[in-house]
Write a protein that binds this ligand. Structure first.
Ligand code: SF4
Length: 409
């Protein structure tokens, strides 16, 4: 896979060395067991895959290069480039401005932009409406484009099945930048509806079967369907694509569920199900799959707690948290600063969107085992900082270099 020029401050020599050793031992990426870092009183189980993905590195490289090459220009990002506060703050400190916040609220009015300005499209991509808005201001919309190719692949799939007269069901968070962009691209080709989870998929199914009166659809799915959506006609032939960072198992479960509802409704068999249900299995992103599979591998081991590092508004990170929470106490932190002491941690409760202070945090026992992973927009340097902070609670900072040497760092 292509390598990118990412600022060295985001790299960690230790993590890079560990990842390289694991890669050499397992080129086909079949081994999802964690890497054990045994420091004696503290043992860290590091997930097999975590951290910056292809799309994030690509976006960071383009954004920092654009800043460097255009010292005399005003540079804007449509919204947060990725969902990591540290990377976004680094860009802000270099003078980059965000036009919108993550929910789409305008921070810089369009009228303030001119044809001389540079506008960078974030890794999530953007809507056709915003592209048109930029063009109307004389700004070439895709000149500085960091849209991830794996997001574009979803758009292409949606277009392909849309052109075959399938309605597109997008499994995604309706307010998320990527889902808004996918929805926009998809609805330009075909009727499109967004479902955020299995519960909404079940609700949608009641309109496929006709169990619920069609008129109720428009309120229940307000803001989540394309203009002119005809709930009777447009749910007869469908395909499911997803926001690339959703829980892979949930997307698959939703696709399987809708497929069976359609098959039952139209008395189809697995041989002819394709007449009304498009096969879209390949829209899951490789990084989401790898990181979630690595957490599944991690969870086969025994540990006292899990720490997941990433931006609090990061969808892919929250899904890693969700998986860990099923098995053991899990702390979702944005940086090592949240590890206040060996007994106190400040962490994000993404279910209730609030930061909590937990105490006690590290159990008192001979050896504490911690599972550690991070989201696709979290720099490896931050994971290393978390390891260092944990070691400091046991006065084990010196052990870091010893472990690093065993991986050739
Ligand atoms: S998580 Fe996947 S789709 Fe999203 S930016 Fe990374 S590689 Fe691209």
């Amino acid at each position: 896979m292509k390598t990118f020029n990412v600022p060295v401050i985001y790299r960690s020599p230790l993590i890079t060395a560990i990842k390289n050793v694991r890669k050499q031992q397992d080129r086909m990426k079949k081994d999802f067991t964690p890497t054990a870092l045994d420091f004696g009183p503290l043992k860290i189980l590091l997930a097999r895959h975590f951290g910056f993905c292809y799309g994030v590195e690509n976006a960071i490289e383009i954004a920092f290069k654009t800043v460097e090459e255009n010292p005399d220009k005003r540079i804007f990002l449509l919204s947060e480039m990725i969902h990591n506060p540290h990377v976004n703050n680094d860009l802000l400190s270099k003078g980059v401005q965000f036009i919108m916040d993550t929910s789409g609220k305008q921070l810089v009015p369009w009228e303030q932009l001119t044809a001389e300005d540079i506008v960078i499209i974030p890794a999530f991509g953007t809507t056709l409406e915003i592209e048109a808005q930029l063009a109307s201001l004389g700004i070439v919309p895709l000149q500085y484009n960091t849209t991830c190719p794996f997001v574009e692949r979803v758009w292409n799939k949606a277009e392909q099945i849309g052109k075959q007269s399938y309605t597109v069901i997008v499994h995604g968070k309706p307010g998320h930048e990527e889902t808004r962009a996918t929805f926009s691209h998809s609805r330009s080709n075909t009727p499109t509806v967004v479902v955020k989870d299995m519960e909404e998929a079940r609700l949608l199914a009641t309109f496929i079967t006709g169990e619920r009166p069609a008129a109720e659809f428009y309120d229940l799915f307000k803001g989540q369907y394309s203009t002119g959506f005809d709930v009777v006609k447009d749910l007869q032939r469908v395909g499911v694509v997803n926001q690339t960072t959703m829980l892979a198992t949930e997307t698959q479960a939703i696709a399987d569920y809708i497929k069976h509802v359609i098959m039952d409704r139209y008395a189809l068999t697995s041989e002819n199900a394709g007449e009304r249900f498009a096969d879209t299995r390949d829209t899951l992103c490789y990084a989401t799959n790898d990181n979630q599979s690595a957490v599944t591998g991690l969870l086969q081991e025994q540990a006292d707690l899990a720490i997941v590092v990433g931006g609090y508004n990061s969808s892919n990170t929250s899904h890693l948290v969700e998986l860990c929470e099923e098995k053991l106490p899990t702390y979702f932190i944005s940086s090592e600063e949240k590890l206040i002491s060996g007994s106190q941690v400040q962490h994000w409760d993404f279910h209730h969107k609030q930061e909590l202070l937990s105490n006690p945090f590290l159990p008192e026992k001979e050896q504490v085992t911690i599972m550690l992973t991070s989201g696709a927009s979290c720099p490896d340097a931050m994971v290393e900082a978390v390891i260092r902070k944990l070691l400091s609670f046991y006065n084990l900072e010196d052990k870091m270099e010893e472990i690093a040497k065993t991986f050739g760092a």
